[in-house]
Structure formats: C-alpha cells, structure tokens
Design a protein around this ligand. Structure first.
Ligand SMILES: Nc1ncnc2c1ncn2[C@@H]1O[C@H](COP(=O)(O)OP(=O)(O)OP(=O)(O)O)[C@@H](O)[C@H]1O
Length: 426
C-alpha cells in the first residue's frame, strides 16, 4: 500500500528537452490512477521517475510519505509492466510467475499455491505449463501482469500494457485488469493515450500535454467539466465543435457570443455571466459537443440566440446513429494548439490533410456539388464546421439546410488561453 506525491517534479533530458514541467500530483493509496495524453506528452517519463528508472531533475517525489528521489528502484517495492511485457522465453507461464518468488526466497509450497491462484484469476490456469512463444499476445500480457503482481508490490506501474493488442482483446483485458488491481488494493498508475481506456478504467485520471498537467479528476469530472479546451477536445468522441467567438455584454440583451455569421445569446441569469463579463469585447472559445445540438424543423419556434444553422455537406453512418457535418461559416479553433506552453511545431510546407490537398488540386473545391466556398473569417477555419448527431430515423440529406437548437447550459466556454472562464470544481 502506498501513496505517491509529485511535488513540482521536472524532467529535463541531457539533450535539453524538457519532458515534464512542474508536475504536481497526488495519487492516493489503493487508487487506479491513469496518466492520459497524446504521444510525447511525458507520461512514460513520469512513470519511469516514479519507478526510479529515470532521474528527477528537480522537485520532490514522495512515496508513502518519504522523499524517494534518491531511492534505488529495488528499494521502492514497485512492479512495472510495459507495452510488450517481457517474459523469460524458456520458462513456462508458471515458471515466469514463480521467478520473483524464487528470487525473494519464498516458501516453495506457498509460492506454488499463490501462482496457481493468480493464474486462475488471470484466466491462465489452462495454459500455466506453456511457454510464452506458444501464447497469444493477450495471454502473454496476462502472464506479464501476473509476474508483476505475484510479489504483491506496494505500487504497480503499467505503461500502455494493452497497446499492442487488437481492439476486442483490449476491451476484454481492460475490464479484467481494472477488476484485478482493484481487488488487490494495490496503488496503480496506468499510462495510456487511449481516452476510452482512461475513462473506463480510472478512479481518477490526469490529462497531460507537452509535459504539463492540464487537468486531474474523476473521469466524470474531467469529461463533464474539463479545465481546458485541450482536455475537452481530447476527451470528446465524436469531436467537439470548437468555435471562435467574440463576447459582448449587452444591457437588456444578455451575453452575446458573436460567431461571425451566427450568434448565441446567454441570459443575464446564466451562472457563468459574472465570470464572462470580464471577457467583454474579447475572444472566447465555445465548445459544443455534438449531442448538445438537436435538429429542429426549419422555421419552427425557438428562443432567439439558441439556434445554429448550416448546410449538410457530409454524413457518416455509425450504426446506432449518423454523424452529420454542416457548413455553418463559423470560424473554428484547433484546440490542440490553444494555450500550448511549448512552441508549436513549425507549419507544414504542404497541406497534409487529404481534404486540403484535394482542395488545392481542385482549385478550392474539395467536395463536389458546386456549392460556393464559404466566406473565410478570422480564426482557424475548417469546412466541416458544425458536427451533430442524427438518429437513424431523422437523418438529413446532403445539401439540406438544418437548424439546430443548442443546449446553452451544456456549452463549455474557454478564454483565448484555453482555460475555462469559470473555475472548475475539483
Ligand atoms: N532519453 C531521452 N532523451 C531525450 N528526450 C527524451 C528521452 N526520452 C523521452 N524523450 C522525449 O521526452 C518527451 C516525453 O517522452 P515520453 O516517452 O515520456 O512521452 P509519452 O507521453 O510516454 O509518449 P508515448 O505515448 O509516445 O510513449 C518526448 O518528446 C520524447 O521524445
């Protein structure tokens, strides 16, 4: 049993690259804690610093209330599983799982019983005498997890243990791993770049970008109440609409979100009004999840300032629903670039998105249909402006003009720096 505290931890590699910046995190005893973020954000570096495999440049690491910066890895009672859990190829599953107990000189009869019990919990009992080379990837990962857990570490660290497996197996194993580590009560830090894995497994999770902690909380908190535009966009599937707006506080009318050719209107009694007033005349980012947009009959009554409209230009079938992409002429924001601490990568010399290359080739018309290209506004403009869901019965057709009511209580508002305009409760 152990808790982990990172107090202002930084990692600068000898190359000069800062991989982790001023990391402040508390991982509680017995928690299944997930570190989530895109490739290169510093997740593995943090895990390796906790394990003692990577030196901490500055800041303090506390393990169970004691400073652990200089503690040798073997003195931390930590077990780690990697993407490809390395097993001894000439030892059976049983032999691999027995190994840590042999090294620590455990009683052989007790060790054997323990291995059999854990192998059963991992669904490996029927293959306990097989060599790793005869196992599937998922079975090998289970055996690696078994070997790591057998000596009951105080802290269990897992670095993308499922990323080499196919989608079906990942889903199956993530449920099993979560159940197993919870039943063992071992504090676990689990690294992944997969949002679904993080949200389905975590007791609490941290979202990282460029070595910086963007948000931390339970999956429900971080999803429903994200601290930054980056977190909101990273966790949204289907993608969140991220619009560039100018905010105007207008007496008698409320708070206007000027989206270029369209606008939304928050009443003065909106709970966010007090925080929003300080953004009067400034750019804000409006995050709208597709499920907060509901198609309505054109011309049907709706409160002014609660409707967005557009022309459907593409539809995607997702089995249980359709996703529609409507051109609305509203400037959008690339949330992954908003509020970055590290300088963004230099711009690509050539358009890299297929749609941009096609558009360049076709002289500005990527999709057929001959519709005039929408007017460009300030801000980063994408053609697929407005993404919304349509049930199997209510799907629009390509080219239809659609009106969508916006659930204003559920829109997320961020300042130009990407941080939420209202403080996020945690
Ligand atoms: N030994 C090293 N020397 C210099 N830079 C390094 C070293 N190891 C990692 N980095 C850099 O530090 C940053 C963080 O790397 P890290 O492996 O922690 O990221 P990650 O979030 O785990 O990525 P991934 O999901 O791709 O594994 C990256 O930019 C990486 O290139």
């Amino acid at each position: 049993m152990t808790d982990v505290v990172l107090d202002g931890v930084e990692k600068v590699y000898p190359s000069g690259h800062t991989a982790v910046r001023n990391m402040r995190l508390r991982i509680n005893d017995g928690e299944l804690f997930v570190l989530l973020g895109p490739s290169g954000c510093g997740k593995s570096t943090i895990l390796r610093m906790i394990a003692g495999l990577e030196e901490i440049t500055s800041g303090i690491l506390w393990l169970n209330g004691a400073v652990a910066n200089e503690l040798q890895p073997r003195d931390r009672n930590v077990a780690m599983v990697f993407q490809e859990g390395a097993l001894y190829p000439h030892r059976t599953v049983r032999g691999n799982m027995m190994f840590p107990l042999e090294v620590s000189g455990d009683d052989r009869a007790q060790a054997t019983a323990k291995v059999v019990e854990l192998a059963r919990a991992l669904g490996l009992n029927t293959m306990i005498d097989r060599l790793p080379g005869t196992l599937s990837g998922g079975q090998r990962q289970r055996a690696a997890i078994g070997r790591a857990l057998i000596r009951e570490p105080s802290l269990f660290l897992m670095d993308e243990p499922l990323s080499s497996l196919d989608a079906g197996l990942r889903t199956e194993l993530r449920v099993e791993i979560a159940a197993l580590v919870r039943s063992s009560g071992t504090t676990t830090v689990y690294v992944t770049h997969d949002q679904v894995e993080a949200m389905t497994m975590a007791d609490r999770m941290a979202v990282l970008r460029d070595g910086v902690l963007e948000d931390v909380g339970t999956p429900e908190q971080v999803y429903a109440d994200p601290a930054t535009a980056f977190v909101a966009a990273f966790l949204s599937n289907p993608p969140m609409n991220m619009f560039q707006a100018t905010l105007w506080a207008v007496e008698g009318e409320g708070l206007l979100l000027d989206l270029g050719p369209q606008r939304l209107n928050l009443p003065w009694d909106d709970p966010r009004a007090a925080s929003l007033i300080s953004h009067h005349g400034q750019s804000v980012i409006v995050g709208i999840r597709p499920d907060t947009l509901v198609p309505i009959e054109a011309g049907s009554p709706a409160r002014p300032g609660t409707v967005l409209s557009g022309q459907v230009r593409a539809l995607e079938f997702h089995g249980h629903e359709w996703l529609a992409y409507a051109e609305a002429g509203i400037p959008t924001v690339e949330a992954s670039e908003v509020g970055r601490v590290a300088p963004p990568a230099p711009p690509e010399p050539e358009p890299t998105r297929l749609v941009d290359r096609l558009r360049a080739l076709l002289g500005g018309r990527a999709e057929g249909g001959g519709e005039p290209a929408p007017e460009e506004h300030a801000g980063h403009h994408r053609r697929s402006d407005l993404i919304f869901r349509a049930g199997p019965g209510g799907r629009p057709n390509r080219g239809d003009r659609v009106a969508l009511t916006v659930d204003l209580d559920r829109i997320l508002l961020f300042g130009a720096d990407g941080r939420r305009v209202t403080p996020v409760p945690r």
